[in-house]
Write a protein that binds this ligand. Structure first.
Ligand code: ALA
Length: 454
């Protein structure tokens, strides 16, 4: 059995037109990154895990992501392809590992949509309440929280999947507009928050100790996910070798800065204990007596979270495509509808599963599952850089991760460290998902792989 057969590193020729600049990619990155993580999870993580030291959690997660982003940039600029980490894995670490990453990415994007939809629902409910429309509690809360299901979270997934199914792609210009709205919302938060800073709120700074800080880091890692989505635009980028790395690293650095400022301010204008609510950023500003600012922030959050969701649903279909194009998943699902030119079967199946997840689970539960999957993919990407430098030293590398192998190894280690801090139950769910993946690979993918047939 040859489980480590690799594909040539040359990416398949593409009909896509290169039109994206470095700035477009930075905006695309911010569009995919800033969402439920900062607008919702920061509150949960500060209240239940890290306290005001959530700032350090963001810093640590940001550093781990920067190392991983450098590795992503190297592989994206030298291998490319729309399948992102899955394609890099295929070229560097062999088919089995590629399958594991691909299966893992389906988890990242699929469950990521659930998490982001739950965050969207909190802000949507707030906006409805502000105009006097009250959604009954049992239609907002999951069974675990004493309700029936989170209906708005399920609805938004169906609506956006419908949009994607119609073939409406997000254009770079539309994305730039949404990013502007999000950034304005954040700027307003900062302006209103600064005069209300009260240093008392930072005492105690470490209410849950360092374990809490790293537990918090493992949770808010979610806020950084999305920079990897920039790499899927490899085939549509002008001078991809230069611009991809600028896009990936630039968007990550800007978001890290924003997160540290916002989380620092949020925990210094109110006690961290009050932050375990569904729309913490807007609610805190509302309690400070600024209803208009709170309203604008809620609109910005809703717009921002929506764009993240669109990119994730889109990413899911792309990765699925890349995998089934290689024969590792049945072509039945990825059949493109003649009219809409989109893979309706996969979108329909994914929508049913994702909407159930969003309706029945809490944001923390699903976000932790996304994080463990993504961290695993990042580790493999970092190791992929080290392996490829060894096995294909002469491959053209327009962007090289500095200080390799130290930086990629630091990336793998810091991601592994974050994984350790995720709850046991999350590990169990992740292991079950991966086991199902292995069963599918050995009973189907291995034999149907196009590479195998060649
Ligand atoms: N980083 C994305 C968000 O925070 C997933 O919504």
């Amino acid at each position: 059995m040859d489980l480590f057969r690799t594909r040539p590193t040359q990416s398949t020729p593409s009909d896509l037109k290169p039109c994206l600049t470095a700035l477009d990619l930075i905006l695309l990155g911010i569009g995919a990154i800033v969402g439920a993580g900062i607008f919702v999870l920061t509150g949960v993580a500060a209240a239940t895990q890290a306290g005001p030291a959530i700032v350090i959690s963001f810093l640590f997660s940001g550093i781990a992501c920067t190392f991983a982003a450098l590795s992503y940039a190297e592989l994206a600029s030298s291998i490319g392809g729309a399948g992102s980490a899955y394609s890099y894995g295929y070229a560097s670490l062999g088919e089995l590992i590629a399958w594991i990453i691909g299966w893992d990415l389906l988890l990242e994007y699929g469950v990521g949509v659930c998490a982001v939809a739950i965050g969207w629902s909190g802000y949507f409910n707030n906006a409805m309440a502000a105009i006097g429309l009250h959604i009954p509690d049992y239609l907002l809360k999951t069974p675990g929280e004493g309700g029936v299901l989170n209906l708005p979270a399920m609805m938004i997934i169906w609506i956006l999947s419908f949009v994607i199914a119609l073939g409406v792609e997000q254009s770079a210009r539309f994305n730039a507009l949404i990013v502007t709205v999000k950034l304005i919302a954040i700027a307003i938060f900062v302006i209103v928050a600064i005069p209300n800073v009260n240093s008392e709120n930072w005492h105690p700074f470490l209410p849950f100790g360092w374990t809490g800080v790293f537990g918090g880091a493992a949770l808010v890692f979610f806020a950084y996910i999305g920079f990897d989505a920039v790499s899927t635009a490899a085939e549509e980028t002008i001078k991809p070798q230069r611009n991809l790395s600028i896009g990936i690293i630039g968007s990550l650095l800007i978001c890290s800065f924003i997160y540290i400022v916002v989380s620092g301010l949020l925990t210094s204008i109110t006690s961290y204990k009050t932050l375990n609510v569904k729309s913490p950023v807007a609610e805190t500003i509302l309690h400070l007596g600024h209803p208009i600012a709170a309203g604008i922030i809620a609109v910005g959050a809703i717009a921002g979270i929506t764009s993240v969701m669109l990119i994730f649903i889109y990413g899911l279909t792309r990765v699925f495509f890349a995998i089934s194009r290689d024969g590792l998943l049945p072509a039945y699902f990825s059949k493109v509808n003649a009219k809409t030119k989109t893979p309706l079967r996969i979108i329909f199946l994914a929508t049913i599963i994702m909407s159930l997840g969003a309706g029945l689970f809490s944001i923390q539960t699903v976000a932790e599952l996304v994080n463990i999957g993504t961290l695993a993919a990042f580790i493999i990407v970092c190791l992929g850089v080290v392996v490829l430098r060894h096995t294909k030293p002469d491959m053209p590398r327009p962007f090289k991760t500095p200080f390799s192998p130290v930086f990629p190894l630091l990336g793998a280690l810091s991601c592994a460290y974050l994984m350790i801090h995720l709850p046991l139950l999350t590990w169990l769910r992740f292991i079950i998902w991966m086991m199902i993946g292995l069963v599918i690979y050995f009973s189907y993918g291995y034999r149907h792989s196009k590479l195998h047939k060649q």
